[in-house]
Design a protein around this ligand. Structure first.
Ligand code: ADP
Ligand code: MG
Length: 212
């Protein structure tokens, strides 16, 4: 039996208090299914629909593992669109509000390159962005992903549908080989099976049917 209380997880009192204040009294189904394995450092492939609470399902583990006094990119979340990247950044900021000074940078296309490069030079703990723009930064040598500990491919099926497979491949190979990789997808077509086999190591597979 899985407990649905966040307090069953090995989280800090600050994180538990924050979740309580956010009104997150119980884990959603995808959170209860993925957080124990994610907190153990396992790779995950999780199939779950929109609105099921996926951001906290990967965000809580990512924040738990993060070392705030090491100012380098430790978490990377790739999303299909700017809107989704903005939503993920906002949710991660809410989850991180009681944790000391965690910097989250959003990197999407359609915005000027120079301010993004300046922000990267200042440093950040987490990057959330779209595949094309992150690949662009890798090509220019303006981002260092060798320090990434947690890589999240959010809405992976949509990213593949939009033609981002090669960009994702480029991003994955720029990350540390010792990273943890979490792949979230609403569906599980062949391309995602292929991506999972290439990018994940002995992943735990999770499938959640209901929304909550
Ligand atoms: P998804 O990425 O699966 O579409 P989100 O991570 O955006 O879902 O979460 C959907 C909504 O549910 C957000 O408004 C979020 O704040 C809320 N939420 C997430 N987890 C919980 C929880 N355990 N309890 C209550 N609300 C939650
Ligand atoms: Mg989402």
């Amino acid at each position: 039996m899985t407990s649905s209380s966040f307090s069953s997880l090995p989280l800090t009192p600050a994180m538990l208090a924050n979740l309580e204040q956010l009104g997150y009294h119980e884990m959603t189904t995808i959170q209860a299914a993925s957080l124990p394995a994610a907190l153990e450092g396992r790779d995950l492939i999780a199939q779950a629909k929109t609105g099921s609470g996926k951001t906290a399902a990967f965000g809580i583990g990512m924040l738990h593992k993060l070392n705030p006094s090491y100012f380098a990119i430790q978490g990377l979340v790739i999303c299909p669109t700017r809107e989704l990247a903005d939503q993920v950044s906002n949710e991660l900021r809410r989850l991180a509000r009681f944790t000391e000074n965690i910097k989250i940078l959003t990197l999407c296309g359609g915005t000027a390159m120079r301010p993004q490069i300046a922000s990267l030079e200042h440093g950040t703990h987490i990057v959330v962005g779209t595949p094309g723009r992150i690949r662009d930064h890798i090509g220019r040598g303006t981002i260092n992903l060798a320090t990434v500990q947690t890589l999240v491919l959010d809405e992976a099926d949509r990213m593949v549908d939009m033609g981002f497979y090669e960009d994702i491949e480029g991003i994955v190979s720029a990350c540390s080989a010792r990273r943890q990789t979490l792949l979230f997808s609403a569906t599980y077509p062949d391309d995602i099976r292929k991506a999972s086999a290439r990018f994940l190591r002995d992943p735990e597979e999770i499938k959640v049917e209901a929304r909550h």
